[in-house]
Design a protein around this ligand. Structure first.
Ligand SMILES: C[S@@+](CC[C@H](N)C(=O)[O-])C[C@H]1O[C@@H](n2cnc3c(N)ncnc32)[C@H](O)[C@@H]1O
Length: 404
């Protein structure tokens, strides 16, 4: 804790007469990766920060991002661990997408983690403010230190709290809804749902899919009648939550500029089937689904890049409200209605929430690289059956192809 307080409070100062934060002195000498006990809470993230302090140049965001990638690939990866940042191919997609944001707006990120993608976006769009939300206060402290060390604290604001609580209040912090307009949004808030698990999940005895009885104990995946209750489940029981819930709040507040770019990571693994359905079957966005190699993990993923049509932006603004309601309906929106999703996609959303919760549970709950790869394959097949498939490949973008 002493170490924690020293690094959290000790080396960052505010530049007199401005909102800018800068590193005042080098990080404390005691803050070394070798001092951090493996397996202790946040040891991975603290070791990452120590690695950055030890190997990257202060004030150079590019060197900080390179150090973060090297930590993921050279330190964690050989130990079978994974750093959940949008690195390498994902950075290419994110940067290319964000470069197409309409001018004059801010960039909103949901899911800061250690600040890597916030730094990448700030570098891709010099002069644009990046506003990033992080539910975990420890991640927030680490990210603020990372951003300050990179010399970008004057461009990146990191707020702590759950998006569903912070989003509706955010515009007030920036002078109101009409002043706080967004040219880009990066949705990367996976892992937020643990607390919603409470009492009983049902597993199918024959195919092991998670299931739940409705009108009898019949598995929704394979039709078997043998469903085993394991005593874990989700309270609130709303399968329509996810990225699309946050997007709906942003839309209802009327924050998106015409042509705003909405990027979402991990839409295949663990996946966001209802979010993709909403985007691809609705009429408000032009969509690209990009196949990407997961950062420092041998598996495939998708990122979605959606551009808000000008007429939809005008409609959203004219219908905007001060107090958004959480979207719970399956086929309604303030604008750009989309068809009711098929039951199989609702089931898939549950499965993606389940594996996401398993992956973020410490210790024995984690998901191996091989399990992730096979999960991604299965998810892809089911999404394709519903007419949702990849339209671009990140490797082509790396070789110079453009998204738009
Ligand atoms: C995959 S990491 C983000 C990685 C980061 N964007 C990057 O590429 O460097 C997801 C982060 O989102 C945070 N998070 C999850 N749900 C959230 C929510 N609803 N609101 C804000 N933060 C959330 C988690 O605590 C975690 O730090």
């Amino acid at each position: 804790m002493r170490l924690w307080r020293r690094f959290a409070l000790g080396h960052v100062r505010r530049v007199p007469g401005s909102r800018r934060l800068a590193t005042e002195r080098p990080p404390p000498k005691a803050f070394k990766g070798s001092n951090i006990q493996a397996g202790s809470p946040y040891s991975k993230e603290l070791r990452l920060l120590a690695h950055v302090f030890e190997t990257a140049t202060a004030g150079d965001p590019s060197s900080v991002c390179d150090a973060i990638e090297r930590f993921g690939e050279d330190v964690l990866n050989p130990a079978g661990q994974w750093l959940k940042v949008a690195g390498r191919h994902k950075t290419t997609v994110l940067s290319k997408a964000m470069k197409n944001c309409p001018k004059g707006g801010s960039i909103l990120e949901i899911g800061t983690y250690c600040g890597y993608s916030a730094l990448r976006m700030a570098m891709a769009l010099p002069g644009a403010r990046v506003v990033s939300l992080e539910v975990d206060p420890a991640h927030m402290v680490i990210a603020r230190n990372m951003v300050a060390y990179a010399g970008m604290a004057h461009m990146i604001d990191i707020w702590t709290g759950h998006s569903k609580d912070v989003l509706p209040r955010l515009p007030q912090r920036y002078g109101g809804r009409h002043q706080f307009r967004l040219g880009g949004v990066f949705m990367d808030q996976k892992g937020s749902r643990d607390s919603e698990f409470a009492s009983e999940i049902f597993w199918c005895f024959s195919c092991l899919a998670s299931s739940w009885p409705r009108g009898g104990q019949v598995c929704r995946s394979c039709g078997s009648v043998w469903v085993l209750g394991l005593g874990l489940s989700r309270v609130g029981g709303d399968p329509t939550q996810g990225y699309h819930e946050d997007l709906s709040v942003i839309e209802q507040l009327g924050l998106l500029l015409p042509g705003a770019v909405v990027v979402a990571d991990n839409v295949l693994k663990p996946g966001s089937p209802l979010f993709l359905w909403r985007l691809c079957k609705g009429s408000a966005y032009d969509n690209h689904i990009v196949r990407v190699k997961e950062f420092a993990m041998p598996s495939e993923d998708w990122m979605s890049v959606s551009v808000l049509r000008p007429e939809a932006a005008v409609e959203m603004e004219s219908m905007s409200v001060e107090v958004p309601t959480v979207e719970r309906g399956k086929g309604q929106a303030p604008q750009g209605a989309w068809p009711v999703p098929p039951e199989e996609l609702i089931q898939l959303q549950w499965e993606s929430d389940r594996i996401r919760a398993q992956a973020t549970r410490p210790g024995r709950g984690s998901v191996s690289f091989a399990e992730w790869a096979s999960y991604a394959e299965g998810m892809k097949e089911k999404m394709v059956n519903h007419g949702i498939f990849e339209t671009e490949d990140a490797e082509q973008l790396e070789s110079g192809a453009e998204l738009f």
